[in-house]
Design a protein around this ligand. Structure first.
Ligand SMILES: Cc1cc2nc3c(=O)[nH]c(=O)nc-3n(C[C@H](O)[C@H](O)[C@H](O)COP(=O)(O)OP(=O)(O)OC[C@H]3O[C@@H](n4cnc5c(N)ncnc54)[C@H](O)[C@@H]3O)c2cc1C
Length: 466
């Protein structure tokens, strides 16, 4: 029995945030007793629940809610966005200056290289970047220049295993298949965690990094322990699929090109992200509703490219809870699609009619996801979001000719849920003493590099409070 076992640091979650918190503690070379707890399994043991092949499946869905050492999305594509701001959050919100933030990003990149990240780097060809930026600007769109490394779904399990082995060599305990049920909070001080089996692990400092898969649990903890937090905006939209050849020239500039668009009618913010060149659209199953996502693989290619095209949605009053709002949209789409994502040709959407299998065949290429219901996404998405999507695609077509033809496939719902944003001070400490927050689950990041950085900052902050 672990009852009352005592640690200096307990890290909840072995995603990028938790791993980098531990990496930083290992670097400090203090003789601290540290444990990382994750409810999922070891990196090399992680399997897609459907295909059984790591996360390399094409039809699955639960891949993205799969977790364990390495965390969530890192296994599906693993693009490192080597920039401190604009995508995935802004580190300077925590560090207070860009120089420190850039140094942290470099440090994280070096750590990934150390554990075997590929040497190839994308997004550094100045000539191509300038040409694309100019074209985008002329269309009133911002092309976000960004250096990227592609870890690749096939390489990632080995990389993460090496990372975990290193931490173990440094004396850090990694306990998998163990769920933290509660935080041991007394008089506004965190004293450790309570495991599912009732064991209590005591700690001086606790790093709270449960990722997006832990969002429900985070909300529970926020309510139960009065942790200060606010609802964050959410991204709602579609996944767009076009022939790969249409995207080729922008993919040559960046592996995951990011375009930021402000629409004219509503002045909403819409963006591209998670581009899977020669990849596959996949269905995601969240239990009582479904969604879509994209995957790409080094050794398995399709003739299409897909990307998420989503509108940032913020709510004020009387409903601030963006997750409730997005879930109700996803549920409606799930009902209409009879448990499958809805697919529609852009041409049909423009004509105000549903797609059916005959109309889908009028497209010049084939969709990569077969487990879909041809239908009308206008029946599921709010008018404002739909208007933004059509307007945004038309604008994007000026930069990427062919992206908004009648043949283009749209899959819905594509929703990116974000956690409630936990309030932290300059040490990443919450309003509960000795509880430090990091990563996506705490609403402090939205990508691998930023999650890693917040884990590292949480440890730096915690060390200052000893
Ligand atoms: C399909 C997909 C693709 C993505 N692709 C990219 C990409 O290419 N590039 C990019 O930068 N970002 C990508 N992302 C986002 C990226 O994966 C996340 O930003 C990042 O993993 C967040 O790190 P984290 O440590 O905060 O959380 P996570 O990586 O989610 O890790 C959290 C860990 O906490 C564990 N946990 C949760 N609750 C508990 C509990 N109660 N007890 C014990 N353990 C718990 C979970 O098991 C999980 O392993 C993708 C995300 C998805 C879903």
């Amino acid at each position: 029995m672990d009852s009352e076992k005592k640690y200096d640091f307990i890290i909840i979650g072995a995603g990028p945030a938790g791993l980098f918190a531990a990496y930083e503690l290992a670097r400090l070379q203090k003789s601290l007793k540290i444990i990382i707890i994750d409810k999922g399994s070891e990196a090399m043991e992680r399997k897609c629940p459907v295909s059984g092949n790591g996360s390399n499946c094409l039809n699955c869905s639960p891949c993205n809610i799969m977790c364990g050492v390495g965390g969530s999305g890192i296994f599906s594509d693993g693009i490192l966005n080597l920039r401190h701001d604009v995508v995935g959050g802004d580190l300077s919100d925590f560090t207070g200056n860009d120089e420190t933030s850039c140094r942290i990003v470099d440090y994280i990149e070096q750590a990934f290289l150390r554990f075997g990240a590929p040497k190839e780097i994308h997004g550094t060809d100045e000539g191509k970047i300038e040409k694309l930026s100019l074209k985008a600007m002329s269309a009133g769109i911002k092309f976000v220049r960004i250096r990227q490394r592609h870890l690749g779904s096939e390489n990632t399990p080995r990389l993460i295993q090496k990372f975990a082995d290193y931490l173990r060599e440094k004396g850090i305990e990694i306990r998998t298949n163990t769920t933290v049920k509660d935080l041991a909070v007394k008089e506004k001080k965190c004293k450790g965690v309570v495991l599912e089996n009732g064991d209590i692990l005591r700690s001086e400092k606790t790093i709270f990094a449960p990722g997006r898969v832990g969002v429900g649990w985070v909300e529970e903890m926020v309510k139960k322990h009065n942790i200060s937090a606010v609802h964050a905006p959410i991204d709602i939209g579609v996944r767009v699929e076009v022939p790969a050849i249409i995207m080729k020239s922008v993919i040559e500039v960046n592996r995951d090109p990011k375009f930021h668009i402000w629409t004219s009618k509503y002045e909403d913010f819409i963006r591209t992200f998670c581009t899977n060149h020669e990849g596959f659209v996949v269905k995601e199953n969240y239990g009582n509703f479904i969604g879509v996502n994209g995957h790409s693989f080094t050794n398995k290619k399709s003739e299409n490219t897909n990307f998420a095209f989503v509108v940032k949605t913020r709510l004020t009053e009387p409903l601030e809870n963006t997750t409730t709002y997005a879930e109700s949209i996803a549920k409606l789409a799930t009902i209409l699609g009879q448990g499958k994502p809805i697919i529609q040709r852009l041409g049909d959407l423009r004509r105000g009619r549903r797609s059916n299998i005959w109309r889908l065949k009028k497209s010049t290429f084939h969709p990569t996801l077969a487990d879909v219901t041809p239908g009308n996404i206008a029946m599921a998405l709010p008018h404002r979001i739909l208007t933004d999507i059509i307007e945004g695609l038309d604008k994007l077509n000026e930069v990427i000719p062919g992206v908004a033809t009648d043949s283009t496939f749209l899959y819905a719902p594509e929703i990116k849920y974000y956690a409630m944003k936990i309030g932290v001070d300059k040490n990443m400490q919450t309003n509960i003493k000795n509880l430090f927050a990091a990563g996506d689950g705490a609403g402090l990041s939205r990508d691998i590099v930023k999650a890693s950085a917040t884990g590292l900052l949480a440890v730096k902050g915690a060390m200052r409070t000893f």
